[in-house]
Design a protein around this ligand. Structure first.
Ligand SMILES: [Cu+2]
Length: 511
């Protein structure tokens, strides 16, 4: 029914259009073609002048009306050092193009009116005018040269060559459909190598080269984790993409750079305002004091919910919008404290797995350092407490047992692997520091093989550990050694995982 109705309406409109055309034809015949054209032209010319005035007044009005959402105005002054230069370029370009815009539009519409068809008026024809050619070539050339030269100066300031002596923080942003992975350099301050050929969607989606020592402590922020950066520090962002073009865009900092697959780019900037400072500044504007959620007038104000953001500025697919991330600029101290808590991606996700190039290597330098720090933080204070006259009720039986993490033996023998010396040296040091402490070395095995043999092996291994500590200068009277074989499992022996935990050497404080 609706289709028939639509068809009828469409046919009627077509008939009306045809009829109007016929009426015009007849009118032209009666009044004369020329006269009709002249009066039509006349009306068009006048209306174009009216349009020009309305249009230009509209442009000025809307520029004024929207000034508070324009870059550089009031709250939108750039939050980075170089951003002010970029804004200056924008403003310069706006001034020149603004002048040209107004002049050309006045001429365009005014000439359409002035040179409309009029009786007895003839157009002048000239083939060439050198003076005119010179003027309209020279003026744009000078203006363009000025803008380009200014642009080059700003570009060189924005893209300095950072040398090894420059202090800067480098992070890496990798865009993909549809998120960003942000890599932080860890304690060494260096981002490790990566290679797209190493990409493995199961555990190495960035293709990080773990053979590069600089990659060991790198941390990755993905998903919706807030990106934090320190204020007043030079930041260099390495930018890349894994699939299609993306664009790393921090509008408040005037940072914008394409992320191109296969072609790393970068951007250097220095944030000058923390998120907290920015919120404080916004709180001075009435429009930012309106409630964030209009249905909750008592709730937080707009300025309290302000956040800097990272956006993808390249339309990269249907999930493009979801590449937005919150960026928080904090003080240097706050950043350092936060960065220290970022977990190493390698240690948490790769160490010991198939993807670990060092999976056959039992101990790495950083592991020794970590173990020392761990013993310093746990065993040292505990042993100090044990030495004091007042007994601390927080000391449990369990806390008195210390599992040796990196003490290994050659297979089926009680000979200590040389890797074990690091941990044992350190334990010996702690024993010297706390001379009141006496320890039992306890050897344990899993339940594979003969129980009596297990017991004797665990005994000789415990003896080995004791002998090693005695060799470090610890009195033998401070150490007991016992082999328990498979009699004290900590987990079920049914699975290899459990058996691995049961094969262990422990130190227990003797009260
Ligand atoms: Cu994108």
């Amino acid at each position: 029914m609706t289709i028939i109705g639509a068809l009828v309406i469409f046919t009627l409109i077509a008939v009306i259009v045809v009829q109007i055309g016929r009426v015009n034809d007849l009118a032209a015949k009666i009044r004369g073609e020329e006269e009709v054209m002249r009066s039509g032209n006349d009306a068009t010319g006048r209306w174009l002048v009216v349009f020009m005035v309305v249009f230009l007044v509209g442009c000025v009005y809307s520029s004024w009306h929207y000034k508070d959402v324009m870059l550089g105005y009031g709250p939108w002054e750039a939050s980075s050092e170089h951003g002010k230069e970029v804004d200056y370029l924008f403003n310069m370009t706006l001034v020149f193009t603004g002048i040209v815009f107004v002049i050309t539009h006045i001429l365009l519409f005014w000439y359409a009116y002035k040179y409309r068809i009029q009786q007895g008026k003839k157009a002048t024809f000239f083939a060439h005018d050198t003076k005119l050619e010179l003027i309209w070539t020279a003026i744009p050339a000078v203006v363009m040269a000025f803008l380009v030269a200014n642009g080059l100066v700003v570009w060189n300031n924005v893209m300095p060559d950072l040398g090894p002596d420059d202090a800067y923080l480098e992070i890496e942003a990798t865009g993909y459909q549809f998120a960003w992975d942000i890599r932080y350099p860890g304690k060494d301050g260096k981002i490790g190598d990566k290679d797209f050929r190493l990409i493995n969607m199961a555990n190495n989606t960035l293709g990080i080269n773990f053979n590069d020592p600089a990659a060991m402590d790198d941390a990755i922020l993905s998903g919706s984790d807030v990106i934090k950066l320190p204020v007043d520090s030079t930041i260099r962002v390495k930018i890349s993409a894994k699939d299609v073009l993306h664009n790393f865009y921090l509008p408040h900092f005037r940072v914008k750079m394409d992320a191109v697959p296969g072609m790393p780019t970068y951007f250097i900037f220095k944030p000058t305002k923390t998120t907290v400072q920015m919120r404080q500044e916004l709180s001075e504007y009435p429009e930012w004091n309106e409630p964030y959620d209009p249905t909750d007038p008592e709730g937080p104000k707009r300025w309290q919910k302000f956040d800097y953001e990272l956006a993808c500025a390249e339309l990269c697919g249907k999930g493009h919008y979801s590449m937005r991330r919150v960026l928080e600029i904090v003080s240097k101290e706050e950043y350092d404290a936060w960065a220290a808590t970022l977990p190493s991606f390698y240690k948490g996700n790769i160490r010991g797995t198939e993807a670990d190039p060092f999976r056959d290597k039992l101990l790495m330098d950083y592991e020794i350092q970590d173990r020392k720090a761990e013993l310093d933080a746990t065993v040292d204070p505990l042993w100090s407490k044990l030495g004091s006259a007042v007994r601390d009720s927080s000391i449990t039986e369990e806390s008195l047992i210390l599992k040796l993490k990196y003490v290994f033996f050659e297979t089926g023998s009680s000979n200590l692997d040389k890797l074990s010396s690091h941990e044992l040296d350190y334990i010996a040091g702690l024993m010297k520091k706390h001379p009141h402490i006496r320890l039992e070395v306890a050897g344990h095995t899993d339940n594979t093989g003969d129980a009596a043999a297990n017991r004797s092996l665990s005994q000789s291994r415990a003896d080995s550990v004791k002998a090693s500590l005695v060799a470090q200068g610890i009195a033998a009277s401070r150490l007991a050694s016992n082999g328990y074989g498979d009699t004290k499992p900590v987990e079920s022996n049914d699975a290899e995982e459990g058996r691995a935990k049961n094969r262990r050497t422990e130190l227990k404080v003797i009260k």
